[in-house]
Every structure is written in C-alpha cells, then in structure tokens.
Design a protein around this ligand. Structure first.
Ligand code: SF4
Length: 518
C-alpha cells in the first residue's frame, strides 16, 4: 500500500513531537545509539534523540541521571528457553539482575547505561529477540494467548499468525511514524486471553459458514485503550479468515497512520479517531482499501480468564500439563529466570510464557513429571499455588523508575497484598487488585475488580502519597471499566480500606453477584 504522509499537508496541525519525528525517523536512533552515544556517553545525547530512544525500546529512568529502562517485545509472551537464558544473563550483566514482567507480556530491564546498549541489542538479536519498537509511536508488542498451541480452549494455534503480523510490522518504515503508540492483540482463545477490548486493534475467535463449510477465523475490534480517557474497542462487522488477518491489520494501520490525529499527543490514539468517525465509517474506509469482506460470523468469545493461569492444568495434548506460576507484582530476578529456563528444558517443552497478569507459565510438562517439577526450590517463591491476594495483584512500575509516576506502586502493592492475605487469607472471594502510579494506566487499573490510581494529598505533614479507588472492571462479553468511588485514600489507610471493601462485598453480595455484575 502506498505510503503518502498526508498529515504533512497542514503542518499547523502537528504537535512539536511530530516535527522531531519528521526530521529523523525514530528507528534511526538505534544506529545513532550504537555508533555514537554508546561511545560518547549519556551527556552527549541530543534531547530530540532522547525522545526517539523509545523506538529502541528504551526510556530514561527516574531521576534522569544516566540510567535507562528497556522493554523487550515477546509475541504472545512465548519465549524459548534459550531466549529466556539470554534475557536472564543480560539482566544480570547490565540490569542489576532485576526482571519485570509487564502487563503486555513484555520483559522490562532497569539500570541500563547507554554504553551497554550495543551489546544488549546484539545479544538479543542473536536469540531472535528485539527491544526495537517495544515503545514509541509504532506497532508495539503483539499480545495474545500465552497458551497458543497448547490450549484446549483455542479454535486455532495462533503462533504462526502472530509471527507473520509481527514480522511485517517490526522495523517497517512505512509504519514507524504513527500518531501515537499502537497496540495489537491476536488470540483464538474463547476466554479472551488476548484482553481484546483494551487494544487499538484486536482479533478474537469466530466461525462462519462459507460455501457450505464452517471456517475458523476472527472478528476484529478497533479503538480500545486505557489512560485518562479509556475506551473499549468496538467490533467491526466483518469475518476475517486467518490468511486475511495481515491484510486487515495493514489496512487499519494505514488509516490510523494517515488519518489519526497529530495535533495533541493526549488525543492521538486510534480510539479518538474511532470515537469521532464511528466504527461504520471506519469500516467503510477500510473496505475501500482492502476490498470487500464477508459480514460478521458467530462470535466464539464466551468469557474472560483475566489472564490468570496459576495451578496445574491439562493441555490439549493428551498427558501434558501447563503450570501457571505467580510472580509477585511481576518482579523476579535473573537467577530465578535462569532456573525457569532450566525447568522448561528439564520438565517441559522448552518454553517459558509471560502473561498479561505479569506472571509466568511453564508448558508441555508430562503429567508424571508434574510432582517433581512442583518440588523444585524456585517454585517456593514463584509458586503455582499463591496466596489469594498476592496472586491477583498487578502493579505498574511506579516512581521507583518511572518519570511520570506520582507515587511508588510496586512495593506498596506487594505490602497491601501481603496485609490482605494475612487479614483475609481464608476468604473465598477472588478479587483482582491493580495499582497504577499515574493516569497512563500501564497497570491496567480500569479492568480490575479494585483499581487504585496514585495521587497526592495535602496533609498537615505536607503532601503524601494517596490513591483514588475504583471498583467493578472486567473484560469479555460483559466488558466494562470500573467505577470511581468518592474520596481519596492516603497510602497508610489503603490496606485497611481495601479490607473493609472486600468484607463489605463478601457480606452483602447477592447470589451470583460478582464485583462487576449486579
Ligand atoms: Fe509510569 Fe504511570 Fe505507567 Fe505507572 S502507569 S508505569 S506511573 S506511566
């Protein structure tokens, strides 16, 4: 498809970030890092290039004194053991051994220096991994079903399809200058393992009878996203055969690239274009580009697992199981990750899989080996049988490393989960609690049973950390964002307030009622 940067026709409609992108493509910064900044060091970095570092998957870390965080994209969260070892060893060599699993199935390092980056890029590439375009105004990590290929509840194995779409978009200069970040999800799991509704573009399982035969394919959803103005993606009226997914993804991305807003950065995501145009007009525009498509078929999404897989579960392959592990608030270390790579080889199919709930799955374990796997020492902390609240607590990076954060989140989330487990450990209720440090919502606060967003409150002792609380978020067929409760709770009151909230829910809920449905 022709690449015509039509947004340049009226430069008065461009924000200042857009001019930096026109002057130098974000992807070009990778070469500049390797050839220039790695030698000259942090002080030599041009401020505009610092903005472009995101295309290398790199952000400046708080407090902007020479250290960086880096994100590694992982398609559907599926890593080989060799890739897992490479990630562990790079984390040990350059990132103080700290490994974070993100809510988009990526891995995040901290404490990197610009001098380290050429070696990191090279060693990642050697195992087929990239940090490139894990951040920036471009197509990012494609999230999906971490159980792809082993899942009893998927209509088809999406592994090859996700690779195909990823390979098309990754480092593709036709799409390296989008108005803003662009998030895709592809899953054929009937329990919405791809968290479809919060993506710019999502493919979900569907079937349709065509020429007398039932065809397995997808429905497409567009315009989802979180942050300060969250939107649920809306379904288009078309059925997409697997071999047409890339064509549809390309067409939608072209429309976003050429018609997405570039005037205000906080109003540039695809969700704003869809909200203004409506999904019907957007679809008309798409069909002009890609030609006619069959109308929607039968939707096969029946619920939402909320991306949790802890415990031991049968795979679609007879005699094999996968084991979902809890990674408390998504943080582990290089030694633990190395151990998981060893376990994947010794007991499983050699894969280590990250989830959108910031956890990890080991797969392909013969049933007779499960007990021995469960006895391994590393699973004492990364346990498949976690305490109730620790198992369902998600947190963004927070002000430990993130320049946009208003408050600390990760350690705080861990402390709150521990408190709730101590106080309410025997409770039956399963409550998903998400913490975020600012409205950007990397910790996906809006889809939590209880979502907490960091803020500051004035007290006699000065400004202190506090949280706004919202309840009742979910995805899947009942998808809805959570609703804000009145008031703001200072940090030292958050744990007891959540305890009261959970107890109130337990004691007052009606038959069949859940946090989001009443
Ligand atoms: Fe940083 Fe805000 Fe994202 Fe948390 S939600 S990691 S504070 S940008």
């Amino acid at each position: 498809m022709a690449y015509e940067p039509i947004w340049m026709e009226d430069p008065s409609k461009l924000n200042k970030f857009e001019f930096a992108k026109i002057q130098k493509d974000g992807l070009d910064v990778i070469r500049t890092i390797i050839e220039e900044y790695a030698d000259k060091g942090y002080a030599a970095i041009d401020p505009d290039d610092m903005l472009r570092f995101k295309w290398a998957g790199v952000y400046e870390q708080k407090p902007k004194d020479g250290y960086f965080m880096m994100r590694i994209r992982i398609n559907s969260g599926v890593l080989t053991s060799a890739q897992t070892r490479a990630i562990a060893s790079l984390g040990r060599d350059y990132g103080r051994g700290l490994i974070d699993v993100t809510t988009r199935q990526a891995i995040q390092y901290h404490w990197l220096k610009v001098e380290d980056m050429p070696d990191i890029f090279k060693r990642l590439e050697e195992v087929g991994l990239y940090s490139y375009e894990a951040c920036g105004d471009c197509p990012r990590t494609i999230v999906g079903n971490p159980l792809q290929g082993i899942d009893k509840d998927e209509l088809m194995d999406t592994s090859a399809l996700v690779e195909e779409v990823n390979d098309f978009f990754l480092m593709n200069r036709d799409f390296s200058n989008l108005p803003r970040k662009y998030k895709m999800s592809i899953s054929s799991n009937i329990h919405n393992n791809g968290n479809a509704e919060i993506n710019c573009l999502a493919f979900t399982p569907a079937v349709k009878v065509i020429d007398g035969a039932e065809v397995i394919g997808f429905h497409a959803h567009v315009g989802g996203g979180l942050s300060a103005k969250p939107f649920l993606a809306r379904q288009m009226n078309m059925f997409i055969r697997p071999e047409e997914v890339l064509k549809v993804a390309e067409g939608i991305t072209v429309i976003y690239r050429d018609h997405g807003y570039r005037e205000k950065r906080h109003h540039s995501r695809l969700k704003f274009l869809i909200a203004d145009w409506g999904v019907e007009k957007f679809q008309e525009k798409l069909l002009e580009l890609i030609g006619p498509m069959p109308e929607r078929g039968e939707d096969k999404t029946v619920g939402w697992t909320s991306s949790y897989y802890d415990g031991v579960h049968p795979q679609k392959q007879e005699g094999l199981s996968y084991v979902g592990l809890n990674v408390p608030v998504g943080r582990l270390n290089s030694d633990e990750l190395d151990e998981l790579a060893r376990l994947a080889d010794e007991y499983g199919d050699g894969t280590v899989r990250t989830t959108q709930s910031q956890n990890i799955i080991l797969a392909g374990v013969p049933n007779e080996k499960v007990d021995a796997l469960l006895a391994e020492q590393v699973l004492e902390r990364l346990t498949p049988f976690p305490n109730r609240f620790m198992s369902r607590t998600v947190s963004c990076t927070g002000n430990e490393f993130c320049n946009l954060a208003l408050v600390e989140t990760k350690e705080f989330a861990r402390e709150v989960a521990k408190y709730l487990d101590n106080e309410l450990g025997r409770i039956d209720e399963e409550v998903r609690i998400h913490f975020i440090g600012c409205p950007n919502s990397c910790g996906q606060k809006h889809i939590a049973d209880i979502g907490l967003q960091g803020a500051l409150v004035k007290t006699p002792e000065g400004m202190v950390d506090a949280f706004d609380i919202a309840v009742g978020g979910t995805l899947g067929p009942d998808a809805t964002f959570n609703t804000a409760l009145k008031g703001r709770v200072r940090h030292d009151r958050v744990a007891p307030v959540l305890k009261e909230l959970v107890l109130f829910y337990k004691n007052n809920k009606l038959e069949g009622e859940t946090f989001h449905k009443y």
